[in-house]
Design a protein. Sequence first.
Length: 181
Amino acid sequence: MRFIIFILIIFYISKVHSNDVGTVTGFKIPRFVVLKSDDVNLRVGPSINYPILVKYVIKNLPIEIIDEHESWRQVRDIQNNIGWIHKSLLKGDRYGIVNSNENKAPIYNFPKGEYIGYIGNRNIVKIKTCIEKWCFINLDDKKGWINKNNLWGVYMLEIYKVRFYQPLLNFYWKLRLKFNY
């Protein structure tokens, strides 16, 4: 009896976690990637024989992989369009789209720090690192911290490329805020 219960528990755990990784790559699903080219077709199904739903003309546009089938990836974009793109047209770099309730999102010199400017909605920014609720982004020669609520292309609980000394920086920022210097 214990053996049967043990087998059932193992089966249940493997079934629950089997949806967390892609069946082809073994990478986490869902996950964000970007378009490698400025000429990419989103198709109805996983083949070039399927009709085109959307034609993307923006390189580094972030999209979310939600499923895998052979050399095709089922994706979702910021406008909730869902379809299939060949894996050769995707790359693992991390970019985000500014997506604020306002027409622009504030940028800070450090999380909860001094305001240094705004970035308008729909701008595509390079994501350098993400901590708790903030991401350090780069747009051309401008850099700063943006709240994850204003960024599409990163998950709210996602920690991305955090350096080993990040806790020291967090402590420094808290001290700086506390003593206003």
